[in-house]
Design a binder for this molecule. Structure first.
Ligand SMILES: *Cc1c(COP(=O)(O)O)cnc(C)c1O
Length: 367
């Protein structure tokens, strides 16, 4: 929509220059379009936990009766629980309204106009979409043909203006992990290395031990994926001491709701149940991968997350997406030219895999 001149004057150029964020179409809208009840839609497009969160979280939230009070701005109890879970000291932990908020806080605390942020592509889109809003300049460094980090190219892209290098581990959407050696090489550049471990519970691998040796490593984690709490918006960062102090200065005092802080305590009281759902998802990941490999039009990539990226080797990814959607199965498609002919499929319950595989096998002759 064209913006009136008088208003245009009042808006920041960085905002005017942004392409509007195009959110994933709401499931309600899809359900209406295809004429199915929302509850019958199979959600394999957002990397959510198909088992939901634990009963314990639901009980704690249902009985919580302090909504009239502001939450604890220091997040003290929840941070101590995360400290016990991760082994990192609580003064180095900050909880965000989703780890997405922590990406914003890192940019807010580090970027002066013209500073640079290195993003190894393809990857999670938020790093690239948020950087310009804070006056930063994105330097995209393409991954190799098999989506490995190109550490030589990244180190060559580092300048005296480089502030952050985002490394997703495992990477979304490609599912692969960087190696410790690669992360160490990046840490030696002196830039802040942000290891986004959103899928840590599914990979079982973390770069947190490197924080003992390097004071420029930031770890990002979230409760959205493994803990079934995407709707609560809860993530956390483990930061070098001095950087944690700077982030506390820029964080909104009440960024995380009282319900959110309670949910963290409850989740970390019910690790066994959630670990069990993570194990089920990991087993199902293997079964889904083997099924996808048998199709003659998709090439799945091995994944350490709760999703599998597939290259469409025959036919068109957006066409397959549409055909699945008509049957009430949602997967993730991409408009980014790098991933135009790929689909990302979240690992669901066994019956979701069965429905997906039946639908894919059913269309094999038509595409
Ligand atoms: C899903 C995801 C996030 C976002 O997590 P929230 O805590 O829900 O904001 C961050 N990073 C990556 C790589 C993700 O896939």
């Amino acid at each position: 929509m064209a913006i009136p001149k008088a208003l245009r004057r009042l808006i920041r150029n960085a905002v005017l220059d942004l392409d509007g964020y195009v959110p994933v179409e709401p499931v309600e809208a899809v359900a209406e379009r295809i004429g199915k009840p929302v509850d019958e839609i199979i959600r394999l497009h957002m990397n959510e936990n198909p088992y939901g969160t634990s009963m314990r979280v639901q009980e704690v939230l249902a009985s919580f009766d302090h909504y009239q009070e502001y939450p604890d701005a220091d997040q003290r109890v929840a941070r101590e629980r995360i400290a016990a879970y991760t082994g990192a000291p609580s003064q180095r932990i900050i909880i965000g309204n989703g780890s997405d908020e922590l990406i914003d806080l890192l940019l807010l605390a580090t970027i002066d106009p013209g500073d640079e942020v290195i993003v190894p592509t393809p990857t999670f889109g938020v790093y690239e979409s948020r950087t310009p809003l804070f006056g930063g300049v994105v330097r995209r460094v393409p991954r190799t043909a098999d989506f490995d980090l190109d550490v030589d190219a990244i180190t060559q892209a580092v300048t005296e203006r480089t502030k952050l290098i985002f490394v997703t581990a495992p990477n979304n959407p490609t599912g692969n992990m960087p190696t410790t050696q690669q992360i160490v090489r990046l840490l030696r550049t002196g830039a802040l290395i942000v290891a986004d471990e959103a899928y840590y519970e599914f990979s079982g691998k973390t770069f947190l031990p490197l924080a003992r040796e390097f004071d420029n490593l930031v770890i990002l984690r979230t409760f959205s994926k493994w803990a079934g709490l995407a709707g609560m918006r809860l993530g956390y960062a483990i930061l070098p001491d001095a950087l944690a102090a700077e982030l506390w200065k820029v964080k909104q005092p009440f960024n995380v709701s009282a319900a959110g802080l309670k949910a963290i305590e409850a989740v970390l009281d019910d690790i066994d149940y959630l670990q069990e759902t993570v194990n089920r998802i990991k087993i199902e990941r293997g079964r889904l991968y083997r099924g996808l490999r048998k199709l003659n039009f998709l090439q799945p990539y091995p994944s350490q997350g709760n999703f599998i990226l597939c290259r469409v080797t025959r036919g068109d990814a957006h066409d397959i997406h549409r055909r699945l959607e008509r049957r009430g199965i949602l997967v993730r498609k991409y408009s980014d030219p790098d991933l135009r002919n790929y689909l990302r499929i979240t690992v669901g319950r066994p019956e979701h895999t069965d429905a997906l595989m039946a639908a894919l096998r059913g269309m094999a002759g038509e595409i």
